[in-house]
Design a protein around this ligand. Structure first.
Ligand SMILES: Cc1cc2nc3c(=O)[nH]c(=O)nc-3n(C[C@H](O)[C@H](O)[C@H](O)COP(=O)(O)OP(=O)(O)OC[C@H]3O[C@@H](n4cnc5c(N)ncnc54)[C@H](O)[C@@H]3O)c2cc1C
Length: 427
C-alpha cells in the first residue's frame, strides 16, 4: 500500500493543521464515495454533507498531497481560457455563463474561507505582465472587451511607466491588474476544507488508495484493506488518475510543474519585487507565476516537464526562470524546490462528465484549479442531488480525447508542448 508523505515544500513546512486520518478498514456503506483528497474531492464531500448525504472520501496518500497542496495559490477570475477564445469555442451565450461561473468560483473560495474560518493567508489582486510586443498591444483591448461584453470592471490596464513603479520584474512592457483575483496558501486551504468536511460529518480516510471499483445499482469501491458500497461514486483524482479509470483518462494529460521558495527577504526588497503584495503571472505559454509568502519569501513557479520523472535539481531548474525576471535575486538562497502533477485537456478547459448513471468526475483544471476544482465539488454535489444546471454548463465544453488515447498521447503532446515552450524562449 502506497502512502507518501507531503512533498518537502514551504507549504508542508508551514501547514497549520495536523490531520492524521485512519485508513479505510473493513466493509462500510454510504451514499457517495469520493476518490481523491484535493480541492475537488474535499469540496464535493463538504457540499454533499451539507445536503445531508453520507459521504466517505478515500485519499491514497495525505489530504492535500496532490496538486492542491503544492500549487502557486493563485485564485484567478474567469476560466483558464480567455473569453475571446471561449466565445469561438462555445459561442457568446455559453461564454457568458462560463465567465459568470468563474466569478462565482472565486467568490466560493472566499466564502468557504470566511464561513469555516480557514487560516490560509488570503490576499487580493493579480498583476499579469506581458513581454512580447503583440501581447502588450493586446492588453487594452482585452480589458475593454471584459468591460463591454461582460460588464467586468475589476481589471485595468497598466502601462509601462506605471508598471515600473509596481515591480522590479525585468522585461515587461505592460500589464493588467485584476483586483477580483485572490491568492492564498494552497495546502492550508485544502486542510481547512478537510476540517470543515470532517466537522460536517464526512468520513475521510488517508492511506486509502482505491485499487478498483465495480459499477452497478450500487458501486463497490475497493482499497487494500477495505470496501465501500455507495449509491454514487465521484472521481476527483485529476493529474494522479493514472489507470484507475481508462474511460476518462484519455481526455486528460498529466504534466508536471515546479516551484521554489526563497529565503525570507528583507521588507524593502520584497516591496520592490511586488509593491502591492498581489500575485503576479506572465504571458508565456509555459506561464511563470509568483507571489510573496506571509514571511516575505518569493514563491516562484516556472518550468514544466512531460514525463513521469521530476528533474533531479528542482531548485536549480526553477531558479533560472526566476533570475530571468529578477536578476537581483542572484545571491538569494533557495530554501525549497518542489514539483507537482496537474491534468490538462486539449482545449485547456476542465472536463466534467458522467461515466454511467452513478459515476461522476471532474478534472483537467490546468493551472486554474484553485477556484475551478473547488467549484467542481459544489457542482458535483448539485448534480448528485438533482440540480444539473451549472454542472451541465461545464460539461458542455468540448473535451476531445487526446489523439492516440491513453497509450500514445505522450509523443504528440511532448512534441507540441516543447514547440510552444521553445517559442517562449525565442520570444
Ligand atoms: C506546481 C503547480 C502549480 C499550480 N499553480 C496553480 C495556481 O497558482 N492556481 C491554480 O488555480 N491552480 C494551480 N495549479 C493547479 C491546481 O493545483 C489543480 O488544478 C488542483 O489542485 C486540482 O485539484 P484536484 O483535487 O482535482 O486534484 P489533486 O489536488 O491533484 O488531488 C487528487 C488526489 O487524488 C488522489 N488519488 C489519485 N488516485 C487515487 C486513488 N486511486 N485512490 C485514492 N486517491 C487517489 C491523489 O493522491 C491526490 O491527492 C497548479 C498545479 C501545480 C502542480
Amino acid at each position: 500500500m502506497q502512502n507518501e508523505p507531503h512533498v518537502n515544500s514551504w507549504y508542508a513546512a508551514t501547514a497549520n493543521t495536523e490531520l492524521d486520518l485512519p485508513p479505510l478498514e473493513g466493509r462500510s456503506q454510504c451514499d457517495v464515495c469520493v476518490i481523491g483528497g484535493g480541492y475537488t474531492g474535499l469540496s464535493t464531500a463538504l457540499h454533499l454533507r451539507q445536503r445531508g448525504y453520507r459521504v466517505t472520501l478515500l485519499e491514497a496518500n495525505r489530504i492535500g498531497w496532490g496538486a492542491s497542496g503544492r500549487n502557486g495559490g493563485h485564485v484567478a477570475t474567469g476560466q483558464r481560457v480567455d473569453q475571446e477564445t471561449l466565445e469561438k469555442l462555445v459561442g457568446l451565450e455559453r461564454a457568458r455563463q462560463l465567465w459568470q461561473l468563474g466569478l462565482e468560483a472565486v467568490d466560493l473560495v472566499c466564502r468557504l474561507i470566511n464561513e469555516h474560518g480557514i487560516d490560509c493567508e488570503l490576499k487580493q489582486g493579480n498583476l499579469h505582465v506581458a513581454s512580447k510586443r503583440a501581447d502588450i498591444a493586446a492588453l487594452p483591448g482585452e480589458v475593454e472587451h471584459l468591460r463591454k461584453v461582460y460588464g467586468y470592471d475589476g481589471i485595468r490596464y497598466i502601462d509601462r511607466a506605471e508598471l515600473a513603479g509596481m515591480t522590479s520584474a525585468h522585461g515587461f512592457g505592460g500589464a493588467t491588474l485584476d483586483s477580483g483575483a485572490r491568492h492564498l496558501h494552497p495546502l492550508n486551504f485544502a486542510l481547512g476544507l478537510a476540517r470543515a468536511a470532517l466537522d460536517a460529518g464526512a468520513q475521510l480516510h488517508e492511506s486509502s488508495r482505491v485499487l478498483s471499483y465495480r459499477e452497478g445499482d450500487k458501486v463497490l469501491v475497493k482499497t487494500a484493506r477495505g470496501e465501500v458500497e455507495a449509491d454514487y461514486l465521484v472521481l476527483g483524482c485529476n493529474g494522479y488518475l493514472d489507470k484507475l479509470e481508462p474511460r476518462a483518462a484519455g481526455r486528460i494529460m498529466p504534466i508536471n510543474n515546479y516551484m521554489l521558495a526563497t529565503e525570507p527577504l528583507p521588507e524593502d526588497l520584497a516591496r520592490r519585487l511586488i509593491r502591492d503584495d498581489t500575485s503576479m503571472s506572465d504571458s508565456q505559454f509555459v506561464i511563470n507565476y509568483w507571489k510573496l509568502s506571509a514571511d516575505n519569501r518569493l514563491l516562484f513557479g516556472g518550468g514544466e516537464s512531460y514525463t513521469r520523472r521530476f528533474p533531479a535539481d528542482i531548485k536549480g531548474f526553477v531558479r533560472k526562470y526566476m533570475l530571468r525576471i529578477y536578476p537581483e535575486l542572484a545571491d538569494t538562497r533557495i530554501d525549497y524546490g518542489w514539483g507537482g502533477t496537474l491534468a490538462i485537456t486539449l482545449k485547456r478547459m476542465p472536463d466534467f462528465g458522467r461515466l454511467g448513471p452513478n459515476v461522476f468526475y471532474a478534472h483537467g483544471f490546468s493551472g486554474h484549479g484553485v477556484p475551478t476544482a473547488t467549484q467542481a465539488g459544489e457542482l458535483l454535489a448539485e448534480v448528485i442531488s438533482g440540480t444539473a444546471e451549472r454542472f451541465d454548463v461545464m460539461a458542455s465544453v468540448p473535451a476531445p480525447r487526446f489523439p492516440g488515447g491513453t497509450l500514445l498521447r505522450w509523443p504528440g503532446l511532448v512534441a507540441g508542448m516543447l514547440f510552444y515552450s521553445l517559442r517562449d524562449r525565442l520570444g
